[in-house]
Design a protein around this ligand. Structure first.
Ligand code: HEC
Length: 273
C-alpha cells in the first residue's frame, strides 16, 4: 500500500512537471502554424506597413531643419536607397566611422534634419505591442529596398576590418554577472533556450540563413524588431547593461554578424517567432 502511494505521488509529480511543457508545446505549435500562414502570404506581413511608414518618413521634410532624408548618403550616393543596405555596414569618411544602417540613419537625422541625438537614442526600441520607432521604420524601409539581394559589404577598409575583429572578440568574450558571451548561446548547432532555437551565428551557413531576415516582424512581441534591438535584447539577457544604439560595440557586433553572413540572401523584413 505504502509503495502504491509513493507511486501515485511520483506519477502526479511527473504529470505536474510535464503539464506546463505540454501546454507550451501546444502554444508553440499554434504560433508556428500562424507564422507559416503569414509566410505563405507575404503581403500579410505587418512589417510592410512599417516599411511604408519608413518611406514616408524618409521623404517628408522633418526635424528642426525641415528637410527630408533624401540627401542622406547611405553609401551609394545622396538619396540612393536601392541596394544600399546590402553594402552596409561600411566606413563613412564624413563621419570617420564605420556605420550599420541604423547608426547611419541616426547620423542623417541628427546632421541633416537637426534632431537631437540624445533624444533619439534614449528609448530607441519599442516596448511589447508598441510599433517600431521612427528610426526603426526607416531602417525597415531601407532594408526592404535590398530584399532579394545578397550581403555584399566589402568590409576591407582598415576601420571596417577593426570593427569586424572587435565584433569577433566581443562575440567570444565572457563577461557580466552570468559570465556569458554571445558564444555561450550562439556557437553550437541545435542549442535551445526553453523552446527557442538558438542559431549558431558564428557558423556562416547558419548566419546566412538568419542575419538577412532583420529587421523582422516578431509575432511574439507584435512589432518590427531591428538588428540593434535584437542585440539590445541579447545584451539584456546577458545582464550586460544597455547596448547603446550607434555605439562602437553595437556596430562591431553587427559588422561581425554581417561578415559571417556574407553571400547570404537578404529577406528583410521577415517574420520571426
Ligand atoms: C542567454 C543566451 C543568449 C546570449 C548570451 C545571447 N543571445 Fe542572442 N539570442 C538569444 C535568444 C533567446 C534569441 C531569440 C531566439 C528566438 O527568438 O527565437 C537570440 C537571438 C539572436 C539573434 C537573432 C537570431 C535569429 O534567429 O535571427 C541574433 C543576431 C543574436 N541573438 C545575436 C547575439 C549576440 C551578438 C550576442 C552577444 C552580444 C547574443 N546574441 C547573446 C539568446 C542569447
Amino acid at each position: 500500500m505504502k509503495a502504491n502511494k509513493a507511486l501515485i505521488v511520483a506519477a502526479l509529480a511527473a504529470f505536474a512537471l510535464s503539464a506546463p511543457s505540454f501546454a507550451q508545446d501546444e502554444t508553440e505549435k499554434a504560433l508556428e502554424k500562424y507564422r507559416q500562414m503569414m509566410k505563405a502570404d507575404p503581403w500579410s506581413n505587418p512589417a510592410l506597413l512599417d516599411a511604408d511608414r519608413g518611406e514616408d518618413l524618409w521623404k517628408t521634410p522633418r526635424g528642426p531643419n525641415k528637410v527630408s532624408l533624401e540627401k542622406c548618403d547611405l553609401g551609394k550616393g545622396a538619396g540612393v536607397v536601392d541596394g544600399a543596405f546590402a553594402e552596409l555596414p561600411r566606413y563613412f569618411a564624413d563621419a570617420d566611422k564605420v556605420m550599420d544602417v541604423e547608426t547611419r540613419i541616426l547620423w542623417c537625422m541628427e546632421k541633416l534634419q537637426g534632431f537631437n541625438r540624445a533624444d533619439l537614442i534614449k528609448r530607441p526600441h519599442p516596448g511589447g505591442g508598441q510599433p517600431v520607432k521612427e528610426l526603426g521604420a526607416i531602417a525597415t524601409y531601407v532594408a526592404s529596398k535590398s530584399n532579394g539581394k545578397t550581403f555584399a559589404a566589402k568590409l576591407d577598409h582598415p576601420k571596417e576590418q577593426d570593427a569586424v575583429a572587435l565584433g569577433a572578440a566581443l562575440f567570444r568574450h565572457r563577461s557580466g554577472p552570468f559570465d556569458f558571451s554571445c558564444a555561450t548561446c550562439h556557437a553550437t548547432s541545435g542549442q535551445r533556450i526553453r523552446l527557442q532555437a538558438l542559431p549558431f551565428l558564428s557558423d556562416p551557413a547558419e548566419a546566412r540563413k538568419v542575419v538577412g531576415e532583420w529587421p523582422a516582424y516578431r509575432v511574439s512581441s507584435t512589432h518590427v524588431m531591428t538588428m540593434q534591438h535584437r542585440l539590445y535584447d541579447c545584451y539584456w539577457q546577458m545582464r550586460l547593461g544597455e547596448l547603446e544604439l550607434g555605439s562602437d560595440v553595437s556596430i562591431a557586433l553587427v559588422s561581425y554578424l554581417t561578415k559571417r553572413a556574407e553571400g547570404g540572401e537578404i529577406s528583410a523584413p521577415a517574420i520571426k517567432r
